[in-house]
Ligand binder design. Structure first.
Ligand code: NAP
Ligand code: ZN
Ligand code: ZN
Length: 349
């Protein structure tokens, strides 16, 4: 493939303006470069971040937005110097498609923390001035360095949510050294939360689900949770957890969560509420506790997580739907009516 290769026509779904539904949208991808692969997309997960961005809830969207960063597909073309994959390989693309490659974070394999910010898979502009469009589409062109290998035997629809929900929960579990014997809270049992439960259990630790109501208790236990705390009962569970992954997508009571941590426990924010959260300093100092955050995970970590899931048979619970049902799916995610991740079937585009 050369620089004179034609740009690629792509079909997808986009939001054209804030508050609008997703509609069919045709656009062009950049001409594949020598180090690029073209991926024909099979499945794309629906992450709550897609909804926050599509609806302008984080304030920074530039329309049209083609969301989607839990992408699985097959390599259909590769550039002259692309050597990591063969045509036909099953691959994944996650939340970012490039980064500066030279800053301390990039050199440490922690690309999401790139000093220049990673190049997000959608709703971003690359250094050449091209807008990025995500995985609710037929094809994507990506530098092969930012493409992940899907382990053999993994179901492609079930693999898709690992590219965001899987890695976003795996990375803090590894960073905070989760191991057998530790009790790890998971606040919010949605796409991220249910993956967290499965990964904590697979690492031999004790997953404890913290949810708004009693409605998800039997699901939580069948996913592997050993305990289930209804949010209102948290004061009765003081100092019981070593670590909490907070995946809640809306404003909520941070002090109550901090109170359930043992001395020196850590609350890791993963969810990004559209409105600011607040907490009382006493909630930290009374237990020498930490409040932290974590962003997706680096490329090496993503591959490790995919390989771990492949070996251990860990997979998300998915509901595969036609792309045309995506607007209804957004409403169902917001109302908590999904078990536990929608995945769009691109064959229906
Ligand atoms: P999701 O499937 O919608 O799950 C979010 C969960 O939060 C819900 O299942 C619900 O759990 C709880 N929740 C929702 N509304 C609530 C409310 N008003 N009050 C209290 N709890 C509420 O979303 P997701 O895809 O897992 O994403 C979760 C959050 O993580 C989003 O904000 C997303 O943008 C963010 N995210 C961050 C990263 C990162 O790198 N840090 C990566 C991906 C996503 P219960 O019903 O059990 O209470
Ligand atoms: Zn996501
Ligand atoms: Zn960098």
């Amino acid at each position: 493939m050369t620089q004179s290769a034609p740009s690629l026509d792509v079909k997808g779904y986009a939001v054209m303006a804030p508050g609008q539904p997703l509609v069919p949208f045709t656009f062009e991808r950049r001409r594949p470069r020598p180090e690029d692969v073209v991926v024909d997309i099979l499945f794309c997960g629906v992450c709550h971040s897609d909804i926050h961005t599509a609806r302008g809830e984080w304030g920074e969207s530039e329309y049209p937005v083609v969301p989607g960063h839990e992408i699985v597909g097959r390599v259909s073309q590769k550039g002259a110097s692309a050597g990591r994959f063969n045509v036909g390989d099953l691959v994944g693309v996650g939340c970012y498609v490039d980064s500066c490659r030279v800053c301390p974070s990039c050199r440490s394999g922690l690309e999401p923390y790139c000093d220049d910010g990673p190049l997000w898979t959608y709703n971003a502009t690359d250094p050449q001035g091209h807008r990025t469009f995500g995985g609710y589409s037929s094809r994507i062109v990506v530098d092969e360095k930012y493409v992940l290998k899907i382990p053999q035997g993994m179901d492609p629809a079930q693999a898709a949510p690992l590219l965001c929900a899987g890695i976003t929960t795996w990375s803090p579990l590894k960073h905070w050294g989760v191991k057998p014997g530790m009790s790890v809270g998971v606040a919010g049992l949605g796409g991220l939360g249910h993956m967290a439960v499965k990964l904590i259990a697979a690492l031999g630790a004790r997953p404890v689900v913290i949810s708004r109501s009693g409605k998800k208790k039997s699901d939580a236990l069948s996913l592997g949770a050993v305990e289930y705390y209804e949010e209102a009962t948290l004061p009765a569970h003081k100092k019981s957890l070593d670590l909490i992954l907070d995946t809640v997508s809306a404003p909520h009571d941070v002090d109550r969560l901090l109170g359930t941590l043992k001395r020196e426990g850590t609350l890791v924010m993963l969810g990004v509420s559209p409105e600011s959260l607040s907490f009382d300093a006493f909630s930290l100092i009374g237990g020498r506790r930490s409040l932290a955050g974590s962003l997706i995970g680096g490329l090496r970590e993503i591959q490790d997580m995919l390989d771990f899931c492949g070996r251990q048979g860990v997979h998300p619970e998915v509901e595969v739907i036609p792309v045309a049902h995506v607007n209804a799916a957004y409403d169902r995610v917001v109302s908590g009516d999904v078990k536990f991740r929608f995945v769009l079937d691109m064959a229906t585009l």
